[in-house]
Design a protein around this ligand. Structure first.
Ligand code: ATP
Ligand code: ZN
Ligand code: MG
Length: 504
């Protein structure tokens, strides 16, 4: 990697005669001391250095080149500061700022990166070398834009390398095979029996009394077997999520294609909306173009993952040791995802119901809570629902590649997915199983993002999302819809299904 930048530093007054000698000295110092600080001995050649300079009137023009260490823009910041203290003090002139006239970054890449990037004027590719011409100001450099551009391009290069393979999948455990006595797509059967009907919105169902009884039985099992047994308290997390929360949770880095955006009216004055209401009254049509003009930019979106909205409760706080581990859950509302063409049955929908369990503590407490949860889940799936299921560790590919996750240890930062076999999709080994819930140990990601501390030591957190539609899809796919064929323990808990609504 190479950085090459040319900048004009502007002084508050013309440089006096003889300043060149001082400048030469400052530059020699920078090249031999200032830019070398913190650079490993073996990488000296990569450190930034000023290779050209000249002055005219009140300007000093310098060209800095570097490899990965004391990158050219970092060298510029150091040099500016040092110069203020030497030349500035000596001649009583201040540095007013600088322009970056040229900033070129060269990076090795197997293939060209063909996208428009912010702050990049031009990208070219030749001989496995990507050349970026940046357009950045002093403020952008202070805001660390160049390093973020480098990170972003490195991310894109890796994405090309590993393609669409997003996750590294590794089997952790699987249950015994269960005898298959239902082979249909449960959603088709649910529709046929009118246990569910399509909602008017995309990817949305209206759940009738019978399936709702099944959902509430799942919830009672979760309450009794998990939440009460392990000491989790119920909370209510907001379901309208502003950008600020997603910036801190990290979702702002990539959630855009899947969120439902939310906007508020520009005014709540009925007069402001009168033309809209009048138009509707006369035409019975919603005047969308008119509405678009009267609403604000999206202020965020509908709940996507439940736990980010919990964290502002902790934000900026120091948690008392006596409150650790914090163990809470939320089931106060729906989650929404724009699944587009991916929508399928009740298992991949745009509006779904999920219980989200969140725990916070030191790393031991967090790992322990995850293990306890996993044991309780196993009890439910094996002894009550009698499912054929498995656990897989999934690691985002970039983390796996960078060795950020130690997949060999029993439990560390990362996610395990719970997957169920869906007989209607085909053979066990051939077909895709359904992820019906997960358990994640998130390390210090959330406490760090929301600036939460403990009285002593580091703070970690974990979360587990239990998707009720996914549990139902897994259960019905394996056990069918007739209560007399359901595992006894579960059938007993359901007791009796409501009659439902008959249509003529
Ligand atoms: P998938 O790979 O199936 O899209 P995901 O990785 O997007 O799942 P997570 O973000 O891990 O899912 O969400 C946690 C849980 O939320 C899932 O285990 C599942 O129970 C539920 N869930 C996620 N997306 C949907 C959806 N579109 N419909 C129903 N439940 C969902
Ligand atoms: Zn979560
Ligand atoms: Mg998904």
């Amino acid at each position: 990697m190479e950085f090459d930048l040319t900048a004009h530093l502007k002084f508050s007054d013309n440089l006096p005669q003889g300043a060149d000698i001082e400048l030469q000295k400052a530059i020699d110092d920078a090249n031999s001391v200032l830019f070398i600080k913190g650079v490993p001995h073996s990488s000296m050649k990569e450190a930034g250095r000023i290779i050209e300079w000249h002055t005219h009137a009140n300007e000093l023009c310098i060209r800095i080149v570097s490899g990965r260490y004391t990158r050219a823009h970092e060298a510029l910041l150091r040099f500016r500061k040092a110069l203020g203290m030497t030349i500035g003090a000596k001649y009583r002139i201040g540095i007013r700022g600088y322009d970056i006239n040229e900033f070129i970054i060269k990076m090795e890449a197997e293939a060209p990166v063909q996208v428009k990037l912010p702050f990049v004027k031009e990208i070219s590719y030749d001989e496995k070398l990507l050349t970026l011409q940046l357009a950045v100001s002093e403020q952008d450099v202070e805001n660390k834009i160049p390093d973020r551009i480098v990170n972003l391009v490195e991310e894109k290069i890796k994405q090309q390398l590993y393609g669409t393979k997003l996750e590294n999948w590794e089997l952790v455990w699987e249950s015994a095979q269960k005898k298959v006595h239902f082979r249909r797509d449960p959603t088709e059967e649910l529709k046929r029996r009118q246990w569910i009907k399509h909602g008017i919105s995309r990817g949305q169902w209206i759940f009738g009394p019978q399936i709702t009884k099944v959902f509430s039985t799942f919830e009672r099992i979760i309450e009794k077997e998990i939440l009460e047994k392990l000491g989790y308290s119920e909370m209510i997390f907001p379901k309208m999520v502003p950008w600020e929360v997603w910036k801190r949770s990290g979702h702002a880095r990539g959630v855009y294609p899947e969120i439902y955006y939310v906007s508020s009216p520009k005014s709540r004055d009925p007069e402001y909306w009168e033309d809209v209401t009048d138009y509707y009254k006369v035409t019975n049509e919603i005047p969308l173009e008119l509405i678009r003009q009267k609403i604000d930019d999206p202020l965020g979106g509908m709940c996507y993952a439940q736990c980010p909205s919990f964290w502002p409760f902790m934000q900026g706080e120091t948690i008392a040791s006596q409150s650790l581990p914090v163990k809470v859950f939320d089931r106060s509302g729906t989650s929404h995802r724009y699944e587009s063409g991916g929508i399928h049955g009740i298992e991949r929908v745009d509006e779904f119901h999920r219980i989200e369990i969140v725990w916070v503590g030191n790393s031991d407490q967090v790992n322990k809570a995850a293990q306890e949860l996993e044991k309780r889940y196993a009890h439910i799936f094996n002894d009550i629902l009698d499912l054929e299921w498995r656990i897989a560790r999934v690691t985002p590919w970039f983390m796996a590649q960078e060795g950020l996750i130690d997949t060999s240890s029993d439990r560390s930062v990362g996610t395990v997915d719970y997957e169920a076999y869906l007989p209607y999709r085909g053979e066990r080994t051939e077909s895709e199983w359904l992820e019906f819930q997960n358990v994640s140990v998130n390390g210090d990601k959330y406490p760090h993002g929301f600036n939460v501390k403990t009285q002593k030591g580091e703070l970690w957190s974990g979360c587990s999302g239990i998707g009720l539609e996914r549990w139902a899809a897994a259960f019905f796919a394996q056990k069918g819809l007739d209560i007399e064929f359901w595992p006894q323990k579960f059938a007993k808990l359901v007791a009796k299904l409501p009659d439902g609504i008959k249509f003529l």
